[in-house]
Design a binder for this molecule. Sequence first.
Ligand code: GDP
Ligand code: ZN
Length: 311
Amino acid sequence: DMLGAEQHGLVISRFGQHADIEDSDGLVVRCDIRRTVSSLVCGDQVLWREAKQESDKRRGVVEAVQERHSQLTRPDYYDGVKIVASNIDQVFVVSSVLPDFSDQIIDRYIIAAEDMGITPTLVVNKIELADERQRQHIDERLAYYQKLGYPTLTISCKQQLGTDQLLPKLNNQVSIFVGQSGVGKSSLINQLIPDAAVDVGDISENSGLGQHTTTASRMLTFPGGGRLIDSPGVREFGLWHLTPEQVINGYIEFLPLISQCKFRDCKHQNDPGCAVRAALEAGDIPQFRFDNYHKIINSMEENRSNRTFVR
Ligand code: GDP
Ligand code: ZN
């Protein structure tokens, strides 16, 4: 056999028929993937073997994937669901003052994070652009999210404000940054990992295989040792098809109330004896959360007639 002993590794990049594995010394080895490995994604812990090479370029073969403690999935037309990334500990929902600060979009990301069993941290970027009125509105929303148990942070990548408060939260964790395009996720990554681009270059330099421009997903390392998974799939997080059960599970303040609604099939709208509406009227649930819940549910019902899947 031309293969070495089985060892542990971490998938830090996944592209085409290959994966880059980080070995226990923190070195990167480009690997082929056994056909018996049905899916392999960034964040996976694997068993792999080193291939004996004539040249000094290290190569290997991924033999098996170890059990995942969490997985980010999306609907898939062929397979039902497709795994995008695995073993994620933290979700940072990034929004910004410009494009418009939208609590409805934040709610959607919260739903998706709660569905993974993760309590997201809410980050609002470009805070230096907010005038007094916008700032007051944002602070009011964030105060409510904080009351729900979601940590919040206002930052400015441009002015390098608040980003230092993010760093300690990233240590010893595998994180993802999610949010709409244009909110400043890439800027944030570059600020937190000054050599992010160099890092990627280093990997291909070490393995001698050149820049892989078709990288589908990659794992970056923060200066404090924390990890970040970044991929096109991760960036689409929160925009996938949701079920009504997933939506209500993202409205954690509604959950203890719904068993008190008079009717089991209560829509929590104008239904008689609705405990959620009663909480709204009592001022315990803010109007924006109530409205967003119904907007999201209604948008799902519109979609149901011509349901489309993301491939
Ligand atoms: P992404 O699509 O979420 O990755 O967003 P980018 O990082 O590409 O940023 C989108 C735009 O927002 C770029 O033009 C950035 O320069 C700009 N941007 C990022 N952070 C800030 C900030 O704190 N303030 C301002 N004014 N612009 C920012
Ligand atoms: Zn109800």
